[in-house]
Design a protein around this ligand. Structure first.
Ligand code: NAD
Length: 416
């Protein structure tokens, strides 16, 4: 998916559009459309067969005017510097739209984690930290998980950093296992935040949350969305789900718990009893009330946008919709909750994890859920009111809000 697409060009195009509406001056515009700092490096890893393999690693600190940069690490064969730049830009707008005192960053490694042993993954995790250790820290830049990185990988990274520095600093990384200072409620935070925003959208638009929904991508974000949609909204029928290997469909509904258990046991949704096979492309086009794209970028593009029939699209994935497709969706009256608002629950609870680690006091899960709901609901309502007031799509409204906040901080610091 999205092979011809350069996500950073998409991110810049979206930014340019909002900057034009805001009438940002030329210097501020130029400053905010590029990362402040970026690192690209090699990571030698001792492989199980006795060889040493050199991996390519990245870290982009897009903007730190509002606070230390924050953002996840993606390990993927298609990872490029431009993917990382795009994701770092979106992190900057994301932390601003939910109004948490952090900037935006992102990192990654070009690799196929499915082909690596646990020992090789540990070597890669520790090697990544050694390459950029001087740039990391709770007051500087705070990594977290993203596609194909896990709590265990965060634990190795924390250990490497603390060993190098000779200190304990749990707030330097988030998405950690609970015994090492992780937060309650982090595992499902991205999906939970997305479902809270869907709840608000249904209220504002008069859409029945108990109708059909579909989920593309069945990892952390997708699985939890499948489970939390009915749990938090009091109903809903899951009619299709997919992962990188397969897509399945049933018009009478698929039991979310059973398909999550199947995926965890078999590693894929393929072969789930009773469901019919479909394709990732067809999954996006069913007439559902809510569609959750929760895989990778560029899946809703010019060629299929006019066939999308969802009432609400909750973009749990980063960048699933191209700018051309956005225009079509808006024209067809489809309500898009844009990625950096829809999936901001992850970074919000990451921020809560960082706060807890800094004061060395940990909250119960109920408190995390309450504060997350408060943040997401407030952010959704602010963006919704802004799109109404300015007669613009939700994505543009979210950009207007986020860019205004970041530009304000940059100007207050006297940078531009
Ligand atoms: P993950 O690694 O847990 O899961 C990714 C899922 O996508 C897997 O099920 C994989 O099989 C599926 N997938 C990969 N290629 C696919 C394809 N071509 N077609 C269909 N499915 C495919 O990752 P995740 O953490 O769930 O992240 C998913 C998306 O959500 C990403 O865009 C990520 O940036 C975004 N996101 C995640 C978080 C988080 O906290 N986990 C936070 C914000 C945004």
């Amino acid at each position: 998916m999205g092979h011809q697409l350069n996500p950073f060009h998409v991110a810049q195009e979206q930014f340019d559009h909002a900057a034009e509406i805001l009438g940002l001056d030329t210097a501020m515009r130029e400053f905010l459309r590029w990362p402040q700092r970026e690192y690209s490096f090699t990571i030698p890893v001792a492989m199980d067969d006795g060889s040493t393999r050199i991996f390519k690693g990245y870290r982009v600190q897009y903007n730190d005017a509002r606070g230390p940069t924050k953002g996840g690490l993606r390990w993927h064969p298609d990872e490029t510097m431009d993917t990382v730049r795009a994701l770092a830009a979106w992190m900057t707008w994301k932390t601003a739209v939910v109004d948490i005192p952090l900037g935006g960053g992102k990192g990654g490694v070009t690799c196929d984690p499915k082909s690596l042993s646990e020992k090789e993954k540990e070597g890669l995790a520790r090697g990544w930290v050694r390459a950029v250790a001087r740039e990391l820290g709770a007051e500087r830049d705070i990594p977290a998980p993203d596609v194909y990185t896990t709590a265990q990988i965060m634990a190795w990274m924390l250990d490497e950093f603390e060993t190098l520095r000779g200190i304990r600093q749990p707030a330097m990384i988030t998405g950690k296992p609970l015994p090492l200072g992780g937060s309650q409620g982090r595992m499902d935070a991205t999906a939970r935040g997305g479902v809270y925003s869907v709840r608000e959208a249904c209220r504002r638009l008069g859409v029945d949350p108990a109708g059909d929904y579909a989920v593309q991508g069945f990892g952390n974000a997708g699985q939890h969305a499948a489970l939390l949609h009915p749990a938090l909204l009091g109903g809903g029928r899951l009619i299709a789900v997919s992962d990188s290997a397969a897509a399945i469909y049933h018009p009478d509904g698929i039991d979310p718990r059973a398909v999550v258990d199947w995926k965890n046991k078999h590693g894929t949704v393929a072969g789930f009893p009773g469901a019919r096979e479909t394709t990732n492309a067809a999954l996006l086009e069913y007439p559902v009330n809510v569609l959750y794209p929760a895989a990778l970028e560029g899946v809703i593009a010019q060629d299929n946008a006019s066939r999308i029939q969802a009432r609400i699209i909750c973009e749990l994935a980063n960048g699933p919709t191209t700018p051309e497709a956005d225009v079509v969706l808006h024209k067809n009256g489809i309500h898009v909750i844009p990625d950096f608002l829809a999936n901001a629950g992850g970074v919000t609870v990451s921020y809560f994890e960082q706060v807890q680690g800094t004061v060395n006091y940990y909250w119960p899960e109920s408190e995390v859920h309450r504060l997350l709901d408060e943040k997401m609901t407030h952010a959704y309502r602010t963006v919704f009111d802004m799109q109404e007031a300015n007669s613009v799509p939700m994505r543009t409204a979210a950009y207007l809000l986020a860019i205004t906040r970041v530009a304000e901080a940059v100007a207050m610091r006297g940078w531009v």
